[in-house]
Design a protein around this ligand. Sequence first.
Ligand SMILES: *[C@@H]1O[C@H](CO)[C@@H](O)[C@H](O)[C@H]1NC(C)=O
Ligand SMILES: *[C@@H]1O[C@H](CO)[C@@H](O)[C@H](O)[C@H]1NC(C)=O
Length: 528
Amino acid sequence: MARMGSIVCIILILSTTLCECNNNICDRRPLGTKTEPLPPDNRFKIDIVGINDDQYIPQRQYTVRLYSTDSTSTFIAFTIAAREDTKPNEKNPRKPILLDAGSIRVSPEFPSKPSPNCKNSVIQSDITPKTFVEAIWLAPPKDNKCVTIYAVLAVKEDVWYNFEGPLSKRVCEDRRNAEDMQPAVNDDCRVCEDARYMVMFDGIWSYNTHPYMFPESRSLARFSDVVGASHSNRYSVYQFNSDASAGLQMLAEQGNTTELEIAIQSQLGSSVRTIIKAASQPQPNMATVATFRVTKVHHLVSLVTAILPSPDWFLGVSNMELCDAITNRWAPNLTLNLYPLDAGTDSGLTFEAPNEETMPPQPISSAPINKDIPKEQMRPFAKLKFELIRTYQTPDCSTESPVDLNLEDSKDDDKDTNEYVAPTTQEAEEVTISIAPGSSPDCPITEWEEWLPCEGECENNRLKGFQSRFRYHIVDGVPVGKYVENGPKMEDKEISPYCLENYPDSETQECEESCDEEEETVAQRRIW
Ligand SMILES: *[C@@H]1O[C@H](CO)[C@@H](O)[C@H](O)[C@H]1NC(C)=O
Ligand SMILES: *[C@@H]1O[C@H](CO)[C@@H](O)[C@H](O)[C@H]1NC(C)=O
């Protein structure tokens, strides 16, 4: 049960109470320093690659990057960790329920390892000076609100930064429908083959589906030709929140694609691989298709089409990623819902409004078609469906399969960690577990552990508060559940909902004991 003891210890520390097993305290100060941290400045920063609007997509894998902003300052030790939000506990308002922060894992390409004492943390595996490290963050499932990803780091022994300012990043769940979200951009596309995709622009705009978002002269409603390109990250057809180009303005206002096509054509052979054009259909609820080619460099696709008639409204996608950021392979198929955008060049508010030039032009935004319809209830006007048709070997491709290529940067003796599996999973299996006598054969579970110390505020040397205790569901002989430190991931070993419901793995009770106000203050200063 020694291992369980340390599990308890960590849970205990997380809830900022004193821990008796000092050698296992989760202290995130680098190298066990006892000095005060430097005040926050901008020398070092933490970023989550692919998140620029502070929203994460549940269960998506992200790269967390800790780096020196001047590329020359170095650090020798670090911790990268994730902290969860809480939600109010109806049964016990004083003990909010901890949500899930997802999991922080070692990136096989950087000298790092899971923290031995802290949950969800990665630390250095050597103290050579570095300017930049990465870790993997697997975002939690839906309904876990916000997560703070943070770092502490030591520039040298006893000179360190705490998680404040640029070393902390709070991101919240993106609650949109999956088909409303573009895949994460892959800054490091490492496919070696070229590929050909088919794109279907599937119009789903009709008076029946959008009675409050349809022109009065119904027979005029249609989409223009769909135009765009496959391209590199050095080019964009448009960007949300930026001004429309002259070509896009002409397309959005008149449905005339000529000028935009000329602009795209001028980049052909450098940042553009294929110019894409799919013919306009007579009805706005019909589909049109085109094919295009992508390469390791030209792995993004952008497409636009005008909504007709309209002041300057259009549908489009900018920089859709086809080189999957997790697998580094071509995405087999992707679907994206399209909603009306406003090019910001005409101020008309209805489909048939007369021309009314916006001066000065406004950045591209969502179209103000019907303000009475809340955004969540808005139906898409079209779906874009991308399908991988075939791939082409290129001179870049060696005889190795693409999977092997992805691993080329990692050491051979590290093969087992290449799948981003936290290497500590094995430790959990060493835990001595004993099933509680009398536990149901359908839901094997350990006995309750000791009650944790009472938590609460110390007033007049009396502490009145709450305490918890835990037990663990056992699946395939290993303890499983959100309280098991370094345990198998929940997705690998599922506890049946029946067992979760009928055999809770934690419980909380009121408690009261004497306390020492001095000690309490010390405990609260501890870094979590
Ligand atoms: C589109 O605009 C170009 C000029 O930029 C013009 O020559 C062409 O006739 C227009 N096409 C249509 C269909 O109006
Ligand atoms: C995408 O491809 C996968 C695998 O080929 C297939 O199982 C899935 O049904 C496809 N989805 C769509 C929307 O076509």
